[in-house]
Design a protein around this ligand. Structure first.
Ligand code: NAP
Ligand code: HSE
Length: 439
């Protein structure tokens, strides 16, 4: 009879508390499936006194994450505190150097220190598992690392942040404000401790950098990802998108191009009829385009305690089974460097919302500046401030929103045209620009 795997958990918040519960509830099933019992022997968090609704009797309390990582009674160190640096980083490195296995849901840390930690895992024989770091319950790491290890991937993209998709969905469907939706996402345990990581796109960028490494054999490099978040998206953009047959989603896209691997995160207008547009609320979706096979799409809950605990416990079960997968699918030393995507070369359609001064010649000036950059328009909608279009009866002297949808063009051309329009002083404020992806 093999002795149970002794697990130490650092962090008992939204995710950590659910992991303790799930191991308790699924103990017998886990033992049957992994051929070995799994037992939580020690935990730590910031406050020992905090009420957590957990029965921690029989589980040791250790004073710090570092002490837990050093605890000789712990075989598998589970890090669920968050934060790209210490105490998580040093504790994980200590555990790996002691030959222990590590499970973490911490994408910020894996995106920043994943290579160094993977090297420590490779050298000392422990596992470094981070399935929950991307897409919470969706087994996308395993899919790329193991399921598709014989397939050449050309593109991996999708909705990788539950908080942003939840916010955009509720703003669109219920007309709620950005702030109200963010508050709810925090209350439900979806958002990061600092929600700016979610709404500014950094959380998606960290996840995308991890997926790109697994898909393309590149070094994880968050700095190579172009990032834009959703905080500039207004209810007006969502309404306009709806009327024009689109939805706005925060997408992460990593694609093989002739010039290297392009990685980008930005709000994107997708056709309402597309499958990605149907992904609502906290749900995430990742599509993988592989050579010679139709696209594979994985869809599931992308945040929340229970969803994330599901992946953490699966990673622990792999450790119990004795599986020691190479963290990034191949030795760290064989991963290739990658560089930042030059977005000015990006080609596609664009949604442009301008606040045009309401006087004769404005529309002609805008059209001329676009034509100078050889930008063709698929549609143009001009409204008066009360929402009626140009044919409506209301006339006001204040600026009026003008919405343009372009055919495919380069980002550079769009920027040059808009700079010229700003110089012409026919618009006020900053133009809103959202990229359109049709497939
Ligand atoms: P959380 O609710 O804020 O919980 C963090 C836990 O870590 C708390 O128990 C906290 O202790 C403990 N902690 C923080 N700093 C510590 C320190 N210096 N020393 C000891 N303990 C410390 O966070 P979470 O939502 O569970 O997220 C945990 C990790 O999972 C993060 O890396 C996050 O990115 C990742 N993740 C979260 C989700 C999600 O939906 N929430 C999904 C996927 C991945 P106290 O309780 O005593 O304050
Ligand atoms: N804050 C993250 C999200 C948690 O909303 O997607 C899951 O990684």
């Amino acid at each position: 009879m093999v002795a149970p795997l002794k697990v130490g958990i650092a962090g008992l918040g939204t995710v950590g508390a659910e992991v303790v519960r799930l191991i308790e509830q699924q103990g017998a099933t886990l033992a049957a499936r992994s051929g070995r019992g799994v037992r939580v022997v020690a935990v730590t968090a910031r406050s020992k006194a905090k009420k957590r609704g957990l029965d921690l009797r029989g589980i040791g309390w250790v004073e710090s994450p570092q002490a837990l990582a050093e605890d000789s009674n712990v075989d598998c160190f589970v890090e669920l505190m968050g934060g790209a640096d210490d105490p998580a980083f040093s504790a994980i490195e200590t555990a790996l150097k002691a030959g222990k296995s590590v499970v973490t849901a911490n994408k910020a840390l894996i995106a920043k220190h994943g290579l160094r930690l993977a090297k420590a895992a490779e050298q000392n024989g422990g596992a470094l598992n981070f399935e929950a770091a991307v897409g919470a319950a969706i087994p996308v790491i395993k899919t790329l690392r193991e399921g598709l290890c014989g397939t050449s991937v050309n593109r991996v993209y999708g909705i990788l942040n539950g908080t942003c998709n939840y916010i955009l969905t509720r703003m669109e469907q219920e007309g709620l404000s950005f702030e109200e939706c963010l508050k709810d996402a925090q209350r439900l345990g979806y958002a990061e401790a600092n929600p700016a990581f979610d709404v500014d796109g950094h959380d998606t960028a960290q996840k995308l950098a991890i997926l790109a490494s697994l898909a393309f054999g590149t070094k994880v490099a968050q700095t190579a990802v172009y990032v834009e978040g959703i905080s500039s998206i207004t209810p007006e953009d969502l309404r306009a998108a709806e009327e024009l047959g689109y939805r706005v989603k925060l997408l992460g896209v990593a694609v093989r191009t002739a010039k290297g691997i392009e990685q980008r995160v930005h709000p994107t207008m997708v056709p309402k009829s597309s499958s990605i547009a149907q992904v609502m609320g906290v749900t995430n979706a990742v599509t993988i385009d592989g050579e010679g096979i139709p696209p594979i799409t994985l869809v599931g809950p992308g945040a929340g305690g229970a969803a994330t605990a599901s992946a953490v416990v699966a990673d622990i079960a792999d450790v119990a089974r004795g599986i020691r997968a190479t963290p990034f699918g191949r030795p760290v030393d064989s991963l290739r460097a990658t560089t930042k995507a030059p977005m000015e070369r990006h080609e596609g359609g664009y949604y442009i919302r301008l606040l045009a001064r309401d006087h004769a010649g404005t529309a002609a000036t805008i059209a001329r500046r676009l034509a100078e950059q050889k930008i063709s328009l698929e549609s143009i909608v001009q409204r008066h401030r009360n929402g009626s279009d140009v044919n409506g009866s209301t006339k006001k002297a204040s600026p009026v929103p003008v919405i343009l949808i372009t055919y495919a063009t380069s980002e550079d051309a769009v920027h040059r045209a808009l700079k010229a329009v700003q110089r012409d002083r026919v618009i006020s404020g900053r133009p809103q620009v959202i990229r359109i992806e049709k497939n």
